[in-house]
Design a binder for this molecule. Structure first.
Ligand SMILES: Cc1cc2nc3c(=O)[nH]c(=O)nc-3n(C[C@H](O)[C@H](O)[C@H](O)COP(=O)(O)OP(=O)(O)OC[C@H]3O[C@@H](n4cnc5c(N)ncnc54)[C@H](O)[C@@H]3O)c2cc1C
Length: 586
């Protein structure tokens, strides 16, 4: 096994990983970034609609409104110390990106343009705020490329197409990782004083998702396998507007620009669910409203679609009144996506949409400075850090607001990078345990010898379909119990997979098999947490427990995998500073 040594090793080259790397490199300390795909292909580049910050370029916005909206949006499960930092530091983070060269869209006077986004308001809920800074609907793309340029400027070492397969943590001290060289084959040991996870989200556990194929939650399972907990995994966000049948995202920026949601009677049904904010309600509420319309028989499936036996139903996102010129100017990507993937001209006819798995609120629990914790007292693992979508800080609580995630990734990526830079002089290259890194070799060997009768794609399909059926927008005890059995049975079948490709270079069959292992492992945690949490809060909506229960459930879950494979939950209090939990009305 080839051994590398870097003071800091960051896994993930999305907004969080690259932003952190810049902070470490700026101090002259040595930093490497590993990514299983080429850095600029990270899912951050798919972010469309915008990044939140109370610049107040077009209205009287301020950070306190932003903090309040984030806390209320989280259904009061978000930690308010983290929300305060997010809202306060956001403008500085945006201006810094601007000065790095990010080409934001502009107002006529040349300021950064801002648009409306769901759940973002002025004056504590009075009316929609213009808060999302954007570059047409390619916001993530331009931010990611801007950061990549900066990383190159600082001479950061990239290991592109290195898939991390193993994390070495013993006695709450991190000692590095082992990665598979996707291009050439072979394992590499990376010893590091500081290791950071920035491995993004896990939407691929669901059939209908906005997420890239690479979003398989590897980091979560690698961390959990060492005995460390995951936080609030039961909270999975469904974005209201994915293109019907494939889930490709139609950004919330579309509704921010004025698009409507219509049911089969041509009615703007959001007036029933969010009379003040209408289509700009928070995502959990809008997604539930769409699903309710569909469940009540007001979906828009055509007779032709029914005849063809197309599963699932949809409602319409109507952009026609914006006109082609405006669409091409401010929403050029979704203009094309609607044409290519929904087969409609969005300037002339409404686009069929359905809710789609989008974002993971839960993840690797961290302090507000990005240190990974190992218990409910916030004690942290030496030398291990996390930020971005794979982390749970927890700023988004039970439901993230749109345009707060690219912000979370860049802002908390920056903070975590600063923490690492500060800690590095006191950290050392820790000893490796006797049986490491051989454990990774044994595991890789298992994949290359796997000759069972089960097929990886079949198991993945079953997982995605059943997660969609039993653990999506509306959940119920019996269905969750069924799903837990299904996931556990799929895990057993996974032990008997057969792989044909024995080659070393670009062995995507082995990669996908490993990713499926991660999907199966954390899906069990999602379902287990959803079954245990007997209330409805944010994105977690139980039809058998329809109310929020602050008395018993205003707390975070920490899920541990015990040595015998079982999951155990602990609980952690929510940090409440400025805003006491209230009923949520929009
Ligand atoms: C279609 C879409 C549109 C979105 N639009 C918006 C928006 O407009 N505004 C907003 O705020 N948010 C948006 N989001 C959410 C936001 O983009 C993401 O949450 C955020 O960009 C995640 O950044 P990240 O750095 O945490 O992870 P990512 O950008 O997903 O990067 C993950 C990195 O980890 C690496 N990695 C993963 N596993 C391994 C492994 N085993 N070994 C090595 N490397 C690994 C990957 O190669 C990748 O480099 C959107 C999300 C999607 C899917």
């Amino acid at each position: 096994m080839i051994t590398h040594q870097h003071e800091a090793v960051i896994i993930g080259a999305g907004l969080a990983g690259m932003r952190a790397a810049i902070e470490v490199a700026k101090t002259g300390q040595d930093c490497a970034v590993l990514s299983k795909i080429f850095p600029s292909r990270s899912h951050s580049s798919a972010a469309q609609g915008g990044t939140g910050a109370s610049l107040g370029n077009l209205d009287d916005d301020n950070w306190e409104f932003h903090m309040f909206d984030t806390v209320k949006g989280s259904d009061y499960l978000g930690d308010q110390d983290a929300a305060e930092i997010l809202a306060k530091e956001a403008p500085e983070v945006i201006y810094e990106l601007e000065h790095m060269g990010a080409p934001f869209s502009r107002t006529p006077e040349g300021k950064i343009a801002q648009r409306k986004f769901g759940g973002h308001t002025l004056n504590f809920g009075e009316k929609p705020a213009l808060r999302a800074c954007y570059a047409a609907d390619y916001t993530g793309h331009v931010l990611l490329h801007t950061l990549f340029e900066q990383c190159i400027k600082y001479g950061i070492r990239f290991y592109a197409e290195f898939q991390v397969v193993h994390l070495i943590v013993k006695d709450n001290v991190c000692r590095g990782v082992v990665a598979w060289d996707v291009r050439h084959g072979g394992l590499h040991l990376f010893r590091a004083k500081a290791t950071m996870f920035a491995t993004g989200g896990y939407g691929r556990a669901f059939r209908i998702t906005t997420n890239a194929h690479a979003n398989t939650g590897d980091g979560l399972n690698l961390v959990m396998r060492t005995g460390l907990p995951l936080e609030d995994m039961e909270f999975v966000q469904f974005h209201p507007t994915g293109i019907y049948r494939n889930g490709i995202l139609m950004t919330e920026g579309a509704r921010g620009e004025g698009a409507y949601l219509l049911n089969k009677d041509g009615e703007r049904f959001m007036k029933r669910y969010a009379p003040t904010l209408m289509e700009l309600g928070p995502r959990d509420l809008v997604a539930r409203s769409i699903q309710t319309e569909i469940n009540k028989g007001r979906g828009c499936q055509t007779e032709e679609q029914k005849k063809q036996g197309i599963p699932g139903d949809h409602v319409y996102l109507d952009l026609t009144h914006l006109g082609e010129a405006r669409l091409r100017e401010v929403l050029p990507q979704i203009f094309e996506l609607a044409r290519n993937f929904a087969g409609v001209d969005p300037a002339k006819e409404p686009t069929p949409i359905q809710p789609t798995a989008h974002y993971s609120m839960g993840g690797i629990p961290v302090t507000i400075n990005g240190e990974v914790i190992y218990n409910a007292d916030n004690d942290s693992v030496r030398g291990l850090y996390a930020a971005g979508e794979c982390a749970c800080i927890s700023v988004h609580g039970a439901n993230r607001l749109g345009c707060n995630s690219t912000l979370d990734a860049t802002l908390n990526g920056r903070r975590t990078g600063r923490t690492i830079a500060k800690h590095l002089p006191d950290l050392i290259y820790e000893e490796l345990p006797d049986d490491e890194p051989e454990k990774a070799e044994i595991e890789m060997d298992w994949y290359f010898k796997a000759d069972g009768s089960e097929n990886v794609a079949d198991i993945r399909n079953e997982l995605q379909d059943t997660m969609m059926q039993n653990c999506a927008i509306f959940r119920k005890g019996e269905e969750l119990k069924t799903q837990l059995d299904i996931v556990r049975e799929l895990q057993e079948r996974y032990q008997n997979i057969g792989l044909q490709d024995k080659s070393q270079a670009f062995n995507t069959e082995v990669m996908e098999a490993m990713e499926l292992g991660h999907l199966l492992a954390f899906s069990e945690v999602i379902v287990y947490g959803a079954l245990e949490r007997k209330e409805s809060r944010g994105a977690h909506s139980r039809t058998d427990y329809p109310d929020r229960d602050d008395k018993n459930w205003l707390k975070h879950t920490l899920a541990y995998r015990e040595p015998d494979g079982k999951i155990r939950l602990e609980f952690k209090p929510v940090v409440i500073t400025r805003f006491q939990p209230k009923e949520r009305k929009y």
